[in-house]
Ligand binder design. Sequence first.
Ligand code: AMP
Length: 114
Amino acid sequence: MADCLFCKIASGAMTSDIVYEDENCVAFRDVNPQAPTHILIIPRRHVGTLNDLGPEDAALVGELTLVAKQIARDEGIADDGYRLVWNCNRGAGQSVFHIHLHLLGGRTFGWPPG
Ligand code: AMP
């Protein structure tokens, strides 16, 4: 989508600190990190919210999760622990409407989340 920030990052039209990319997804560092490691993993294809996913997207969602797991390992946070977060719609804090999986680590986290 032409006016989507994360589509621009995925296409290279906007610069970002990319840590991983393949044909289906891109991972880059959050500009406003909420933890020492805060990386966003997105599909290249525009999907607005989790509500827009269907059964045909099961492999894509699985890949995003496995990419997050590998990045956690590469960032050295896998053994201490990390958190993966999907925010869906404004009530949950979603501010960019191109789905993204937050990978957070490098500190301890409270539960329940705020
Ligand atoms: P959410 O609130 O779940 O929609 O998360 C959106 C995230 O995108 C926030 O953590 C922002 O800090 C982050 N963000 C916004 N613009 C950029 C950007 N240009 N590059 C990297 N991260 C961004």
